[in-house]
Design a binder for this molecule. Structure first.
Ligand code: CO
Ligand code: ZN
Length: 325
């Protein structure tokens, strides 16, 4: 899964998806009839067919941080880009686009309390403000840094949300033989800051049916909140999250496609957060929209964990759903 490694190890904080976009376009151009990039930065790839117009979407951006202030001792204060769980990022490494790496620290008296972002800083080892400013400017964004591992049937990496979804769509495009439906594969930008790229891309595509491919939480770790989704139990077919009630027709088509092709799947109800489906289903006069989710532990942390079998189940489900919808 060299491609998944390449996709996750490339940084693309919301609004800075250029490097990820380039990799994806190079991978998919042989497998579609037409590929374009819209003004926001979403990739729209078309695989022609005579049937229904169906749109699949996965987002290219990842969460990160943005420098807001550099103090006289060279420590960089920052804010979040997308949803960051503060307790998970202390001592994490972040990487700016010029390669400069910083460590996230927190004010000393914060250690025994619940830390908050405004008491944290990025330490790039600079001795003072002038030295820090040679490396980082206010407004520069940084992604979490970390290595990529495959072991015991899982992958461990940052940005599996949602490069794993991008990987699933790319592989589905490569393996799809003849398609009946008129298919659009959209790689959206700026999902983590409010489903923004999906909004304009869905308007342009104007699909009849849509399926967002993203990650979802699991309830299978020690003392986790009760949730039915588990790692290694297949593709999750979304019922709802805070952004969308998935259309019953799409949900049923996904379930029947999984059943016919004997693809392991499970149902997902997510109590927090949303996906591109939330923006897509409200496009124009409404779009029948559902979602396929990859179960993921430690979402939005620098060390997300997903199952390789689940990733493969999602690829197979997208292929099966392409003509079932
Ligand atoms: Co996310
Ligand atoms: Zn996501």
């Amino acid at each position: 899964m060299k491609l998944l490694e390449k996709l996750t190890m490339t940084d693309g904080v919301s609004g800075n998806e250029g490097a990820v976009r380039e990799i994806i376009i190079n991978e998919i151009k042989k497998y579609c009839d037409d590929v374009s990039v819209d003004a926001m930065g979403s990739i729209i790839a078309h695989k022609k067919g005579k049937g229904r117009k169906v749109m699949f979407a996965a987002h290219t951006d990842e969460i990160g941080v943005v420098a807001t202030f550099i103090d006289e001792n060279g420590f960089i204060r920052f804010s979040n880009v997308g949803g960051i769980y503060v307790k998970e990022i202390l001592y994490s490494k972040v990487r700016f686009s010029n390669g400069i790496t910083g460590v996230i620290g927190a004010e000393e008296d914060e250690f025994n309390k619940k830390p908050s972002l405004d008491k944290m800083y990025i330490d790039i080892g600079a001795a003072n403000r002038a030295e820090a400013e040679k490396c980082v400017s206010v407004g520069d964004m940084a992604a979490f840094a970390g290595d990529y591992r495959e072991q015991n049937g899982v992958v461990i990496s940052k940005a599996l949300d949602d490069r794993a979804g991008c990987y699933i769509l790319i592989e589905a495009m490569k393996r799809l033989k003849k398609n009946k439906n008129d298919l659009y594969f959209v790689f959206t930008c700026q999902e983590e800051v409010g489903l923004r790229g999906a909004k304009t891309a869905a308007y342009a595509v104007n699909p009849e049916y849509a399926v967002a491919v993203d990650v979802t939480d699991t309830g299978d770790t020690p003392e986790a909140p009760k949730m039915a989704v588990r790692l290694h139990h297949g593709a999750a077919i979304k019922v709802m999250d805070r952004s969308v009630l998935c259309h019953i027709d799409v949900r049923e088509a996904l379930l029947s496609a999984a059943k016919k092709a004997k693809i392991p799947c499970q149902l997902e109800v997510l109590n927090i957060g949303g996906t591109d489906a939330g923006a897509i289903h409200l496009t124009r006069t409404g779009v029948k929209t559902g979602a396929v989710s990859l179960p993921l532990r430690y979402m939005h942390s620098p060390s997300e964990v997903a199952s390789i079998n689940d990733i493969n189940a999602c690829i197979e489900l997208i292929i099966a759903a392409a003509d079932e919808l």
